[in-house]
Write a protein that binds this ligand. Structure first.
Ligand SMILES: NC(=O)c1ccc[n+]([C@@H]2O[C@H](COP(=O)([O-])OP(=O)(O)OC[C@H]3O[C@@H](n4cnc5c(N)ncnc54)[C@H](OP(=O)(O)O)[C@@H]3O)[C@@H](O)[C@H]2O)c1
Length: 211
């Protein structure tokens, strides 16, 4: 059975995965690039940081996936559904290289991009979306790519097997919080933490075996 995994999902100390307002000019609102500066510095992302802890975690983003599921607000800025030519932030060859399912209440026909990414747009609950992604993943794992709303919904539904969060030492104060309505994840997940010299803390959540 393929796993459902989350990687490199970055949150502030107060739990925000994005700032506000989200816009074409500022996809992460007032957070700017601060949530992902650790990742952009890694050799994996073409940065000039060391091939150390951050790099090792960042690379797992690309390992073993056959499909991705993301939310409408990760795919584009508010109002992208009104632009028939919008195909995401990532240019002609997006970094997913798999079928990629965009959850939206305003679906449109699939768009095939270069490099193996095809965007599929669907209105579906997490169970149905995961079923569609698994069918398309050819036995590979399914990545839940965010944003916070979608990650939270999949956690609520009990569908996440592994989650890698990155706690970034900034306080955003506003935006979209990951944790609202979530409690006692420690009951269902083994949680390990590793601090990086860069200042971020990596948290690995692994679903406990059912005994
Ligand atoms: N910190 C990180 O590592 C990280 C990672 C990825 C993204 N982000 C950021 O997070 C932000 C986006 O997060 P977000 O929480 O605002 O939104 P999101 O999770 O990307 O998307 C939520 C939206 O997706 C649609 N949707 C969700 N579930 C659905 C369902 N079951 N059926 C149909 N449509 C559904 C709805 O949009 P509609 O009703 O409009 O269709 C909903 O408002 C962006 O700023 C992005 O850049 C951060």
């Amino acid at each position: 059975m393929s796993s459902t995994r989350i990687h490199n999902f970055s949150i502030s100390l107060d739990g925000f995965a994005t700032g506000e307002p989200q816009s074409l000019e500022a996809p992460f609102g007032h957070a700017g690039e601060r949530l992902h500066a650790w990742m952009f510095a890694t050799p994996f992302c073409g940065g000039d940081g060391p091939a150390g802890i951050d790099d090792a975690f960042a690379r797992r983003h690309d390992e073993g996936f056959g499909a991705e599921i993301m939310g409408a607000n990760k795919f584009g800025p508010p109002g992208w559904q009104d632009d028939p030519d919008w195909t995401g932030w990532w240019g002609e060859d997006p970094p997913f290289h798999t079928p990629t399912f965009v959850l939206t209440h305003r679906p449109r026909p699939p768009v095939e991009m270069k490099g193996g990414t095809t965007f599929h747009f669907l209105t579906a609950d997490p169970v149905e979306a995961l079923e569609a992604a698994r069918d398309a993943a050819s036995g590979g794992d399914v990545r839940i790519g965010g944003g916070a709303t979608v990650v939270r919904d999949f956690l609520h539904a009990g569908l996440v097997d592994e989650m890698h969060l990155v706690l970034v030492p900034i306080v955003l104060g506003r935006g979209v919080r990951l944790w609202d309505g979530i409690e006692a994840l420690e009951d269902t997940y083994e949680i390990e933490t590793v601090s990086s010299p860069s200042g971020v803390t990596h948290l690995s959540f692994t679903r406990k075996a059912v005994t």
